[in-house]
Design a protein around this ligand. Structure first.
Ligand code: NDP
Ligand code: MG
Length: 380
């Protein structure tokens, strides 16, 4: 029996993780859950999974939860360090980090420092501070939840890291891949929130539409698998059946495939190195008919080019890119800027920032705060 904490249990990955755990009740016990604002959904999850701890930033929401669960059975942690605190408890074996954004970084570091397994969906932690996170982690202490990185990790079961020639990350291309370029700047948040193949939280859905999600994934792959940027290719594959591939030094290419369903990579991260039965829609290639592939268009989707730039330059680039993007995506969702301004404002901010090559955590957090302010100024 493994004890797990799910950070961001009320989100898309969080709910899928609970679905996995619901079907593996004899293997996993949920000891901790967390949310940001959706405390009522969190309360329902508490009723079903009976964790010992919950974490919620907002102390007023914590009070509401307390009234719902009086007595001492549920320990409610609040305040801006609550995610770091909840992972520290001795009984925790696995932490699933499914929060969105930079807020996941301190808890990811705390999880690793405590020697616990980190099932990582929150790619932003690696984008911001991959060099710090990876230098603290032991082999296989971080298990990828992101479907592409899980696919690479699964493909690597047939070869070693040192035998990788190249990884090929697939991208659906999002809802606008074939949309006319001159109309792209006028697409609305509602249009951008309609992803063709995956059901996800709002921020990553917008990132998928700009291809910034792929940009973040290039940086994530670089750190997770210790790759040079030249070893990372992206291919547009609209059907999202091949989740990514590894080309080994002998020319053999190993791919991981399946119908798009995040429960597969989530469960693999939880049960690794074993596999357990999971009821998912089976892959029926003859009914799909054809799998297609295209070269990504970095002029139409400049975010992808920025991802390669940030991956190559390293240092504080990742944190700056990520923070600028978080602010720009929110501004787009709030109707303040056009779709095309997301990437253009990120580009301005990363190219104006005070670059540090080997940043410590404090430098990373300073770069993050600066980029947020600067992006807001640039969007005013
Ligand atoms: P969602 O927006 O659906 O969920 C985010 C979760 O984080 C919610 O539980 C939310 O709480 C919580 N949260 C949001 N802001 C804060 C905050 N400031 N402090 C604490 N908790 C917070 O996101 P997703 O599940 O889609 O994505 C989560 C992460 O996983 C992201 O990093 C994303 O890139 C990554 N990922 C997601 C995939 C997907 O299929 N969805 C695929 C691959 C990676 P509340 O509900 O109360 O708002
Ligand atoms: Mg992904």
């Amino acid at each position: 029996m493994k004890n797990i904490v799910i950070l961001g249990s009320t989100g898309s990955i969080g709910k899928n993780t609970l679905e996995v755990v619901r079907n593996l009740k004899d293997k996993f016990r949920v000891v901790g859950l967390s949310s940001n604002s959706r405390w009522e959904l969190l309360a329902e999850q508490v009723e079903e999974f009976k964790p010992t701890y919950v974490a919620l930033n907002d102390s007023q929401l914590g009070e509401k939860l307390k009234r719902r669960f009086p007595g001492n059975h549920l320990k409610i942690l609040t305040g801006n360090k609550c995610l770091e605190e909840i992972v520290l408890h001795e009984e925790v074996d696995i932490v699933v980090s499914a929060v969105v954004g930079a807020v996941g970084l301190p808890a990811a570091i705390a999880t690793i420092q405590q020697g616990k397994t980190l099932a990582l969906a929150n790619k932003e932690s690696l984008v911001m501070a991959g060099h710090i996170v990876m230098s603290l982690a032991k082999k296989n202490q971080i298990l990828p939840v992101d479907s592409e990185h899980s696919a690479i990790f699964q493909s690597l079961q047939s070869g070693k890291l040192s035998e990788i020639k190249r990884v090929i990350i697939t991208a659906s291309g999002g809802p606008f891949y074939d949309y006319p370029e001159d109309k792209l700047s006028d697409v609305s948040p509602a249009q951008a929130l309609k992803h063709p193949t995956w059901q996800m939280g709002q921020k990553i859905t917008i990132d998928s539409a700009t291809l910034m999600n792929k940009a973040l994934e290039i940086i994530e792959a670089k750190w997770l698998f210790n790759l040079k940027v030249e070893q990372i290719d992206v291919v547009i594959h609209p059907q999202s059946i091949i989740h990514s591939m590894v080309e080994f030094c002998d020319g053999s290419v190993v791919a991981q495939m399946g119908m798009p369903d995040m429960k597969v990579p989530i469960q693999y991260a939880l049960t690794y190195p074993e596999r357990m039965p999971l009821s998912v829609q089976p892959l029926n290639l003859s009914s799909i008919g054809s799998l297609t592939f295209k070269k990504p268009d970095m002029e139409k989707f400049p975010a992808l080019r920025l991802g390669y730039q940030a991956a190559r330059e390293g240092g504080t680039m990742g944190a700056t890119l990520n923070a600028a993007n978080e602010v720009a995506v929110q501004a787009f969702l709030d109707g303040q800027i056009k779709f095309s301004e997301i990437a253009s404002s990120v580009e301005k901010v990363i190219n104006n920032h005070h670059y540090i090559k080997n940043p410590c955590l404090e430098d990373i957090l300073t770069a993050d705060a600066w980029a947020r302010q600067e992006t807001k100024k640039c969007l005013m």
